[in-house]
Structure formats: structure tokens, C-alpha cells
Design a protein. Structure first.
Length: 369
């Protein structure tokens, strides 16, 4: 122990601030001299308990060497004041006590003093107590820094998790994203009643040939953002965009009975959106829309760039409803017409030849009744 704390092995105490409190100036000089021997020079003194509290209010110390027996306010009283203070309750205090004050010294330890030093002083013991105190202080600071670092890392992790969740919700429906977060891998389901809507821009290829890549993406983003906002407000699930085509579905992943109605409201609203878009950008884009209702299979495919997609004849028919529709009109299949005929107006039905499907009865939407 002595070799470890010898003058050649002492740590650097030059930055530490020590307050020596004793009503005897002689005792204070002895303590200050010993502290100077092992590199502690930032030392303040107080002759009684009241002076001690006044000095600490001006500037706290790393360590207080506090005499137990003093007139007016003794060491026990000072310690009680310190522990009741919001700003000084974590100060390191070593009690200086005579041999006959052991019981009171124990009481001081119980309310927060970190150690004690008996009179008369043993320089080696004083050095050991000081070293132990400052080592505890150093470890406490390191622990605080570690906790701050851990807290910062936790906050950064939470931010990254929020970014990941937001990205997942931009790609996947919320219930599907929640299942992925829980570790599910093969996510799929059958939905007996949904309505699918496809739209496709007319004249976009010609306009795109006259624009830069940046201008083109900016225009598409403007238009599709309008569609996204409308789809979200109606409770529809956007499935994907392919080039200048836009696909949404009503009735999944959370089934709802009005899936055809909200998809039709989406179609009517999209024509309003593109009219405003054209006016804002001095363009004359047109659009075709197709809707079909029926059963589908839905699920997540892929590993690195996964997507949520739909399969089944209902999807194929909805796509054909769009491709055979007239410019500026929304065309629906017979299945969708049956769900909408009491709430919306349609032109008389016609038979339309659809590639791969044959002739299909279709209706062109006019508007709400």
C-alpha cells in the first residue's frame, strides 16, 4: 500500500479542489501542508461550519475534509445541510474525528460521508483516504460519462428505429409492417372481397421526352403525392406505382364492406387532382382508370427489397378495365357495378374484349347519384 501511494506513484491531483474545515488554524495548516506534499494546491479553508457552507455556496469542491467537533455548527450539522441541499448533496465528505467520537462518526457515514480520518493524523493514512476519495470521484465521473454515452446511443438507436419503421410504413401496410417487426417471414393472406383500382396517364410519354430527368421525377412526384394524400384520407392502401401507372386497393389488409365505394370516390377525386395538376403546370395530361372487385391473395415477397403485392384474376381484370377504358373515364367490371349501382351513375353497360380474358361486361362511371 505504501509503495502504491508513495510520492513517485501518486496520480495527478492538481485539478482537484479541496476544502479543509476545522476550527483550529494549526490543524488546518498541517492538513494543507500534507496535501501540498502530494500535489494538491487548489485548497480553500473554513474555520467553522457556517463559513464552510458559505464557501461551498460560492463554489462547490471535489472534496471536503470536515472536522466533527466545531462551535456553533459542527460537522454533523454541516453534513445534514449538505444532504438537504439540491446543489451540494453529492459532495464527497471525509469526516475528521477524535478517537472518542467513533459513534458520531458512524452516524456521519450513515447520512452520506464517504470516509473518516482519525486525529492525530497519519500522513500515509491521510494520503490513502485522499487517493481513495479521488479514485471514487474519477470512477463516478467515468460512470456518468458511460451512462450519458449509453443514453445517447439509445436515443440514436431509437431514431434509427423510427426511420426504419417510417420506411417500412411507406412500403407496407401498418398491420403487415407490425408482423414483420415481430419476426414473421412468410406473410400472406386471402381476402374474399376487395376492390382494386388501376390508373394510367395519357400523353405522359410525349411530355416526358421533352423534360430532363429531374423535371420528370419532380412532376410525377407532385401528381402521385396528390394521389397518395387522397388515398390515405379515404383509407385505401397504395400498392405500387409502375412508371406512370398507379395502383390502390380497398378492403385489405383490414377488410371493410365499403371497399368499392371508397375506390370509386378515389377515382373521381383523382380526375379532380389531375385537372388541378394540369392547371398548375400548364399541361394537358389525361388519365384512364379501371376498377374490379373480388377475391385476391396478398403477401410480402422478396428478401432485400421486399414488397407487398396482390395476385389473382381480380387483379388481372382490374388491369384490363384500365387498359380498355376511355380517356378521362373510369371503367368498372360487372362485379364492381353491382356493388355501386345504388350510389353512382353509369353509362349503359357494354361488352369489351379484354386480352387474355375474353369479352367482359363493363360500365363507365358518370358520377354520384
Amino acid at each position: 500500500m505504501y509503495k502504491l501511494l508513495s510520492q513517485d506513484h501518486l496520480p495527478d491531483f492538481s485539478d482537484y479542489d479541496v476544502l479543509v474545515v476545522d476550527d483550529s488554524s494549526t490543524v488546518r495548516r498541517i492538513i494543507v501542508r500534507e496535501l501540498n506534499k502530494f500535489g494538491i494546491n487548489n485548497i480553500r479553508e473554513a474555520g467553522n461550519g457556517e463559513e464552510c457552507l458559505s464557501v461551498l455556496q460560492e463554489r462547490p469542491a471535489h472534496l471536503v475534509l470536515l472536522d466533527l467537533e466545531m462551535p456553533k455548527l459542527d460537522g454533523w450539522g454541516v453534513l445534514q445541510h449538505l444532504r438537504a441541499s439540491e446543489t451540494l448533496n453529492d459532495l464527497s465528505v471525509i469526516i475528521i474525528s477524535a478517537k472518542g467520537e467513533f459513534d458520531r462518526t458512524i452516524q456521519c457515514i450513515e447520512i452520506g460521508a464517504i470516509d473518516y480520518l482519525p486525529k492525530p493524523f497519519n500522513p500515509i493514512l491521510l494520503r490513502a483516504r485522499i487517493y481513495s476519495c479521488f479514485e471514487q470521484h474519477r470512477l463516478r465521473i467515468l460512470n456518468q460519462e458511460r451512462l450519458i454515452a449509453i443514453d445517447n446511443e439509445k436515443k440514436l438507436l431509437e431514431i434509427e428505429q423510427l426511420k426504419t419503421e417510417k420506411l417500412m410504413l411507406n412500403i407496407l401496410p401498418r398491420p403487415i409492417a407490425e408482423r414483420l417487426k415481430r419476426g414473421e417471414k412468410n406473410i400472406s393472406g386471402s381476402y374474399p372481397e376487395v376492390t382494386i383500382m388501376f390508373s394510367d396517364l395519357i400523353g405522359f410519354t410525349e411530355i416526358a421526352s421533352k423534360l430532363t430527368a429531374t423535371e420528370l421525377v419532380k412532376l410525377l412526384n407532385d401528381l402521385f403525392t396528390r394521389f397518395d394524400i387522397r388515398a390515405e384520407s379515404l383509407g385505401l392502401e397504395k400498392i405500387k406505382t409502375i412508371g406512370d401507372s398507379y395502383m390502390v386497393v380497398g378492403g385489405l389488409p383490414i377488410p371493410r364492406s365499403d371497399h368499392a365505394v371508397i375506390c370509386t370516390n378515389m377515382a373521381l377525386g383523382m380526375f379532380e387532382d389531375i385537372e388541378k395538376f394540369n392547371a398548375a403546370n400548364r399541361l394537358s395530361l389525361g388519365m384512364r382508370i379501371g376498377l374490379n372487385s373480388g377475391p385476391v391473395v396478398a403477401g410480402v415477397i422478396g428478401f432485400t427489397k421486399f414488397s407487398y403485392d396482390l395476385w389473382g384474376n381480380t387483379v388481372n381484370t382490374a388491369s384490363r378495365m384500365e387498359s380498355t377504358s376511355q380517356p378521362g373515364r373510369a371503367q368498372v367490371s360487372l362485379a364492381t357495378y353491382e356493388l355501386l349501382k345504388d350510389e353512382f351513375e353509369f353509362d349503359d353497360g357494354i361488352m369489351v374484349e379484354c386480352k387474355g380474358l375474353g369479352p367482359i361486361q363493363t360500365y363507365l362511371l358518370k358520377g354520384k347519384i
